[in-house]
Design a protein around this ligand. Structure first.
Ligand code: NAD
Ligand code: MG
Length: 395
């Protein structure tokens, strides 16, 4: 019987957090929950604490933490409630923790993920924004801290599964020619450029294949999600931009592929259910039950592929440009995108304003080489100010 693994789940109340707890609950002799964290959703975190009895529960907001603390005390729970960013870092780096599920959304997930890396944890990385914002620094922290990094994003988890495990320091050493990163194309794959101008929030939140949090769902509709994933793949697999090709595959059955120099293309397939990559990373190198049903190929019947349309979906082009520009460009793009998506969700800007805003922020920023984490945090904040200034003018 393997040792009981202590797991911290950052962003426990989100889609990935809930799916992670679902997989963990299927393996009570294998995993124990050390800490659960959330932004401000007291009721969900309270229910999760009742079910999983973590040692710690962390809320970003103080008021929410006070409420949770009271509710837990009244229920006789022994879970200790903490609050703030330092507490998120504390439960990520604690010596008793074996694995950290990094599933906070956005740049807010960066510091706790770095804390887990520095402390040499097994990091299950869902928070792609960490790699987009600070890929070089995070990968260095993983190396220096002796951490094990396992991708949760379904595409990167698929690539990891079909990559040679002893590939050396670059893809060519492992005989890999390129990565074929699949994309569903989102809900507006077949919409005309005119129709895109008028899409509603409700339409954009209706992803054809995946159930996800609101930010990543909008990113999937603009194809920025694929752009973020291109940058994520660059860092995870030490790939150059021309070794990453985006392939639109509307059924989301193939989660990504790797092409080798001999012409072989290896793919990972499965139902679109995040419990597969989560179980893979929790159990690695063993395979665990995830609760995901078998793939019914007869029902799927066919798999389609097409090239992405970067004219209709400029976000994908902006992400490739930011990757090629290097330095703090991706951090700036990421921050501008977070502001734009939030504004779209609050119905302050239109769907097609999103790439216009991001491009404007990038054009008005100075792209500099990355020196340290603080510099990237400043670039992120400056880009947010610039994005807000754009909106003040535009609205
Ligand atoms: P979500 O919105 O459903 O959940 C986000 C979680 O983060 C919540 O628990 C929330 O309380 C917490 N959070 C939000 N803002 C915070 C802040 N400022 N500080 C601390 N905690 C905060 O999001 P999700 O869909 O679960 O996605 C989480 C991450 O995983 C994202 O980076 C996303 O891109 C990535 N991801 C998600 C999926 C998916 O299927 N949902 C797939 C691949 C990658
Ligand atoms: Mg993905």
């Amino acid at each position: 019987m393997p040792k009981l693994q202590q797991v911290t789940i950052l962003g426990a109340t989100g889609t990935i957090g809930v799916n992670t707890l679902d997989v963990i609950s299927q393996h009570p002799n294998r995993f124990a929950v050390f800490a659960l964290t959330a932004n401000q959703n007291v009721d969900t975190l309270f229910d999760q604490c009742q079910k999983f009895s973590p040692l710690y529960a962390v809320m970003l907001e103080e008021k929410a933490a006070d409420q949770l603390s009271q509710k837990l005390k009244q229920s006789g729970s022994a879970t200790e409630v903490l609050c703030g960013m330092a507490a998120l870092e504390f439960v990520s780096a604690h010596e008793k923790v074996d694995a950290v599920m990094a599933a906070i959304v956005g740049a807010a997930g960066l510091k706790p993920a770095i804390a887990a890396a520095n402390a040499g944890k097994r990091i299950l990385l869902a928070n792609k924004e960490t790699l987009v914002m600070a890929g070089s620094i995070f990968m260095q922290a993983v190396k220096q801290g002796g951490a094990t990094l396992l991708p949760i994003d379904s595409e990167h988890n698929a690539i990891f599964q079909v990559m040679p495990q002893d590939k050396g320091s670059n893809l060519a050493d492992g005989g890999v020619k390129k990565i074929l990163l699949t994309a569903s194309g989102g809900p507006f794959r077949q919409a005309s450029a005119e129709e895109l101008k008028r899409v509603s929030l409700k339409q954009a939140l209706n992803h054809p294949n995946w159930v996800m949090g609101p930010k990543i769902t909008i990113d999937s509709a603009t194809l920025m999600n694929k752009g973020l994933e291109v940058i994520e793949a660059r860092w995870l697999f030490n790939a150059s931009p021309d070794q990453i090709e985006v392939v639109v595959h509307p059924q989301s059955v193939i989660h990504s592929m790797v092409e080798y120099v001999d012409g072989s293309v290896l793919a990972q397939l499965g139902n679109p259910d995040m419990r597969t990559p989560i179980a893979y990373a929790l159990g690695y190198p063993e395979r665990l039950q995830s609760g995901v049903s078998s793939l019914d190929l007869f029902k799927i019947a066919r798999l389609d592929f097409e090239a992405p349309d970067t004219k209709k979906f400029p976000c994908l082009r902006l992400a490739f440009n930011a990757l090629n520009a290097g330095g703090n460009a991706a951090a700036i793009m990421n921050a501008a995108n977070e502001v734009a998506v939030e504004a779209f969700i609050k119905e302050k800007i239109s769907f097609t304003d999103i790439p216009v805003l991001i491009e404007s922020v990038l054009e008005n920023s100075s792209i500099k080489p990355v020196t340290d984490l603080e510099m990237l945090v400043s670039s992120d904040l400056e880009a947010r100010d610039s994005a807000n200034a754009w909106m003040a003018k535009a609205i």
